[in-house]
Design a protein around this ligand. Structure first.
Ligand code: GDP
Ligand code: MN
Length: 392
């Protein structure tokens, strides 16, 4: 139940398969040649250019596309066009397909799995390799844990060749040529992971063709968004239209906002206070719908932006303002709230808890001028109970 700030504020950018593969290509990891298409006609043209059989792949920010019918082989440009017509517009677990990756089809002899994920518990990148690829890795971890070769890398030492050999032998890859290729790919994937400030680089499946060539057939690439200032070309890859509309609005307004799935919208000042507020809402028997962190400020401008974002979420039934006045004084925040409500009237019940510097004056200001749907409560717990009751 207790919220950890890092878990909510963890912000990453998920890249599409074709973007991850573009990064793979830059780091020298073998991938198939392909083209992006957004219409069936473009898919046909891409297949003509590539020549031979192709695979038409839905580009959505979710896995399991194959099972959902989002990945189809096509023997000719005509077939590629037909498959593209079927896949475009498909809803894959809530993600509508708007882009396709048309790739030269590969023949598959074996499917392996390779990933590097940042392990927060160990504070180290975790490398995983198994010859049981192509399927859900969680399933392998559960049913056949001995098949999964795992190893942490010390970030200061970096990835060492002996670690690669340990992984490859541990996974039971016996063919010498395969061993060499996987070792080379491991080193390059680690370079890509560090070079791009990734949180996850996953290749599932990493295939072996009948000719014995090892290459990445899929890509799941996730980048830490705090590092985007260093990587303008990755920042540009981010698809803002695929994001939650509230999150997009929040980003535009410069509001820290996180979507959750309960009923109480939360607005607080400071990450620590906001995290405690989530817990107190849970303690009162409710569930947070989302939260906004006003940071140090409480001026009308900031409050309006946060309210706009919070109330745009249709799941919100009540709003809990939890403010602790430190440097920002409660009377200023109270005036900010009133000014904001004047500019942007709200129908939802609002519960305000004000404490800290000039709390009494802040509460008095609200009590005198607040609209009927605004309730002022003296403590955090009472306010949480009220907000939960009003959301029912
Ligand atoms: P995911 O389902 O979202 O993980 O998408 P993948 O890119 O991993 O593709 C799913 C499956 O489709 C793979 O595991 C392969 O079995 C199959 N597949 C993808 N590309 C090709 C290809 O070029 N040739 C063949 N024969 N199968 C492919
Ligand atoms: Mn896959």
């Amino acid at each position: 139940m207790y919220a950890r700030a890092g878990e909510y504020t963890r912000a990453v950018v998920d890249l599409y398969e074709y973007q991850g593969k573009e990064l793979f290509r830059r780091y020298g990891i073998p991938v198939s040649e392909g083209r992006l298409a957004t219409t069936p006609e473009q898919a046909r043209a891409a297949a003509t250019e590539l020549g031979g059989p192709v695979v038409v792949k839905a580009q959505v920010l979710t896995g399991g596309r194959g099972k959902a019918g989002g990945i189809k082989l096509a023997a000719s440009p005509e077939e590629a066009e037909a498959r593209a017509r079927e896949i475009l517009g498909l809803d894959i677990r809530g993600h509508v397909v708007r882009r396709l990756w048309i790739e030269r089809a590969s023949e598959i002899a074996k499917e392996y799995y390779l990933s590097i994920a940042f392990d927060r518990g160990e504070k180290k990148p975790l490398l995983m390799l198994t010859t049981e690829g192509g399927v859900d890795i969680e399933e392998v971890a559960e049913t056949k844990p001995e098949a999964l070769s795992r190893l942490h890398v010390d970030v200061l030492e970096g990835f060492q060749p002996y670690q690669g050999r340990r992984l490859v032998y541990g996974a039971g890859i016996e063919d010498v040529s395969e061993q060499k290729q996987v070792l080379a790919i491991l080193g390059k994937l680690y370079e890509a992971f560090v070079g791009c400030d990734a949180m996850l680089c996953e290749i599932n499946p990493l295939i072996v063709t009948p000719e014995g060539e090892v290459k990445a057939l899929d890509s799941k690439f996730t980048v830490d968004d705090n590092s985007l200032y260093k990587h303008p070309e990755i920042a540009e890859m981010r698809d803002l239209s695929a994001a939650d509309p509230q999150e997009a609005l929040a980003r535009e307004r410069g509001v820290t906002y996180v979507k959750l799935d309960g009923e109480v919208g939360i607005l607080g000042n400071g990450a620590g206070l906001v995290m405690s507020t989530l817990d107190v809402i849970a303690l009162a028997g409710g569930r947070p719908a989302n939260f906004c962190d006003l940071g140090g400020g409480g001026d009308a401008e900031g409050v309006v932006s946060a309210l706009e974002v919070i109330t745009g979420d249709p799941q919100v039934r009540s709003i809990f303002f939890n403010i602790f006045g430190g440097i920002t004084r409660c009377d200023e925040v109270a005036r900010g709230i009133l000014a904001a409500l004047e500019r942007m009237p709200i129908d939802h019940p609002i519960v305000v808890r004000l404490d800290g510097t000039n709390a009494e004056e802040g509460r008095r200001i609200l009590a005198e001028a607040a609209p009927e749907n605004l309730h002022v409560e003296p403590t955090m717990l009472e306010a949480a109970r009220k907000a939960v009751a009003l959301a029912a």
